[in-house]
Design a protein around this ligand. Structure first.
Ligand code: ADE
Ligand code: ZN
Length: 326
């Protein structure tokens, strides 16, 4: 299929990627053994068989279990480098990746251990291949705003390595406004802001992310389509949506890839992008996400180019750097 070949060759960006969600079972078992920690599953196949989710929380339960074997700086480096090597082979030229410091701090892994491992891998990828990157620290929304403030304090010595702040984990019941004051503090530090919104949560959460938090980007945003006024605001503000097709399928945000709303988003004039979210759990990296859209949705060459272009314009590269890719 020529569109699939084209999508593989296109220079791409990844703007919605949780580094802990790139933890492949084989690597998880290897690091667990190296660190002498036990996993709940006996074999790689047993673990893979558990990757059957009916909603976001089903996945998150396994995601937090999986990341619990990460203890040392080398673990974070190896995890990040394995991801970067994979997407370099897929013609991804720029990545903006999330990490979840609270998911590691709670297990006694210091902030500097986490960020040094991740950042060194990002630097090595830039030196080796010219792949550029941004690093986004995410707050876990099922925890308190106070915990987010404590995390921000720990991040302060490392702000030169942190470009933006995100909001992830269990969405329903934890609206953006719960984190209003901590995001205000982040903005005052000059950090970019993004938030997961409208993945499972209602359009009202997307409104809050835009009007109350003042986000620079929206992660997912699927349910924004339920509200025509909200669609208009997203267009007016020129906000990018970081959409994740295979994630949406695996977490039952869509029931069938044929029904995926990404073409509708483009038709409405929204800046949708393609991303892999947690590729080790959802069955595919960047090129697999494009391939599933090509195989199931009747997407055109023009739409594919638009999605890739949106990934550049919606990134947090500087304007000069964007122009080099357009
Ligand atoms: N953490 C990792 N992936 C996530 C997603 N898709 N939604 C919310 N939290 C997440
Ligand atoms: Zn996500």
């Amino acid at each position: 299929n020529s569109l699939i070949e084209l999508s593989k060759k296109m220079p791409k960006t990844e703007l919605h990627l949780h580094i802990e969600g790139t933890f492949e079972p084989e690597q998880m078992f290897a690091i667990a053994q190296r660190n002498q920690v036990a996993l709940k599953y006996n074999t790689v196949d047993d673990l893979k068989a558990a990757y059957q989710f009916t909603n976001l929380q089903d996945f998150l339960d396994l995601y937090y279990q999986g990341m619990s074997v990460l203890l040392h700086e080398a673990d974070f480096y190896d995890l990040t480098m394995a991801y970067l090597e994979k997407v370099h082979s897929e013609n991804v030229v720029h990545v903006e990746i999330f990490f979840d410091p609270q998911g590691h701090l709670s297990r006694g892994v210091n902030f500097d251990v986490q960020i040094r491992g991740i950042y060194n891998a990002l630097q090595d990828a830039e030196n080796k291949w010219g792949m550029t990157s941004k690093l986004i620290m995410s707050f876990l929304r099922h925890l308190s705003e106070e915990s987010a403030f404590e995390t921000l304090e720990l991040a302060k010595p490392h702000l030169k390595w942190i470009d933006g702040i995100g909001l992830d984990s269990s969405e329903v019941g934890h609206p953006p406004e719960k984190f209003l004051r901590v995001f205000e503090a982040c903005k005052n530090l000059g950090l970019k802001i993004t938030a997961h919104a409208g993945e499972e949560g209602p359009p009202d959460y997307v409104w809050q992310a835009i009007e109350q938090i003042g986000v620079d980007r929206i992660d997912h945003g699927n349910r924004a389509l339920e509200d025509t006024r909200l669609v208009e605001i997203i267009k007016q503000r020129n906000l990018t949506l970081t959409v994740c097709p295979l994630s949406n399928l695996k977490l039952c945000v869509v029931n069938d890839m044929q029904d995926h709303p990404i073409r509708k988003m483009l038709a409405l004039g929204l800046n949708a992008t393609v991303n892999s979210d947690d590729p080790a759990y959802f069955g595919g990296y960047m090129n697999d996400n494009y391939a599933s859209l090509i195989n199931s949705t009747g997407i055109s060459k023009k739409e594919l180019f638009q999605l890739a272009k949106n990934g550049i314009t919606g990134s947090w590269m500087d304007e000069h750097h964007k122009e080099q890719h357009l």
